[in-house]
Design a protein around this ligand. Structure first.
Ligand SMILES: Cc1cc2nc3c(=O)[nH]c(=O)nc-3n(C[C@H](O)[C@H](O)[C@H](O)COP(=O)(O)OP(=O)(O)OC[C@H]3O[C@@H](n4cnc5c(N)ncnc54)[C@H](O)[C@@H]3O)c2cc1C
Length: 282
């Protein structure tokens, strides 16, 4: 199993979590797992609840479904454990507006701890920044197998490590993957619009290209064609998200670009591609 292999790799490398991280994870975790050696100081998971404990509801995902459910859970009856690679919920209908600055990013992201406060103070409730990698329903003790999310950039690399969480009730609310419908190059060259980080990337790129193109002709290192290319925004997919985002872009062009970047207003275009039909919004 791949997560079991990851554990082996983790213990054999020098990039272990720092002592402070180990200490902060330790109290609720058991050291008696069958996945790690009995002498290992590393946490390996949350044990099954005892009859004296509250039943544990494990929620996979912090999107619309997971958060709505967690908000409504009676924490005097249940402990809640949320496992997700994202510590906030995204209010997706407003995401397109953040790409062009109509709304700020913080207006569309709500921390999980505010949605279900028990996860930050109840002794048996937690949030784990992790991916669920598998679910074991066969065994007497049902558990989910997870892998932490770590920052794998920069020089201070911390390898993700596996752990498992036993559950009494499991809610799978991990959503769906964005589909590219097999279109070549989408993953490599386009930006999806599902997360706040995607909206941030779109906004950064849009403003960068506007500012690069706004440089006076004498100082500009590229041609008119290149300017048009840089300011040609192509939206792939004419579903609600694509149409809404194209509308936001058009408003931004009419409202902001014409006023603040008037030198380049004639170069900017939005093309919305949907199936075999092509619509040009100017
Ligand atoms: C830009 C945009 C605008 C939209 N506008 C509307 C609208 O106006 N009206 C409407 O009804 N719908 C809209 N939608 C669709 C709506 O957002 C989705 O239908 C909804 O988010 C689905 O909810 P969900 O909880 O199933 O999944 P999601 O909200 O996608 O949540 C999935 C969660 O699971 C987590 N996760 C993923 N993998 C794992 C894993 N391995 N382990 C643990 N956790 C995992 C993710 O990080 C995320 O937190 C829009 C979507 C987008 C992208």
């Amino acid at each position: 199993m791949s997560w079991r292999r990851t554990l082996t790799i983790f213990f054999s490398t020098s990039t272990r979590p720092s002592n402070s991280i180990r200490r902060s994870l330790a109290p609720p975790f058991s050291f008696s797992s069958h996945f790690s050696s009995a002498t290992s100081p590393f946490p390996s998971g949350l044990d099954p609840t005892k009859t004296s404990d509250k039943p544990r509801v494990v929620v996979l995902g912090s999107g619309w479904a997971g958060c709505r459910l967690m908000k409504g859970i009676d924490t005097s009856i249940y402990d809640v454990v949320c496992i997700s690679p994202r510590n906030h919920m995204v209010f997706t209908p407003l995401l397109a507006s953040t790409c062009v600055g109509t709304l700020e990013f913080r207006s569309v992201a709500e921390p999980i701890a505010r949605i279900q406060p028990a996860i930050s103070h109840a002794p048996g409730s937690f949030f784990f920044l992790a991916h669920c990698r598998g679910i074991d329903t066969e065994k007497h003790v049902m558990e989910v197998h997870c892998e932490t999310v770590t920052d794998a950039s920069g020089s201070n690399i911390l390898e993700p490590w596996p752990f498992q969480v036993s559950y009494d009730k499991l809610v799978i609310a991990s959503g769906a993957e964005a589909s590219t419908f097999g279109i070549h190059g989408v993953k490599e060259h386009a930006i999806f619009l599902r997360e706040v980080s995607h909206a941030q990337e779109i906004r950064r790129k849009l403003l960068l290209n506007l500012m690069l193109s706004d440089v006076p002709e004498k100082l500009c290192a590229f041609s008119e064609e290149e300017k048009s290319r840089l300011l040609h925004c192509v939206v792939v997919g004419g579903g609600p998200t694509g149409v809404e985002f194209s509308g936001e872009l058009s408003d931004f062009i009419i409202r902001d670009v014409h006023e603040r970047y008037s030198h380049v207003k004639d170069y900017i275009n939005v093309t919305l591609i949907e199936d075999s039909r092509m619509t040009i919004l100017k």
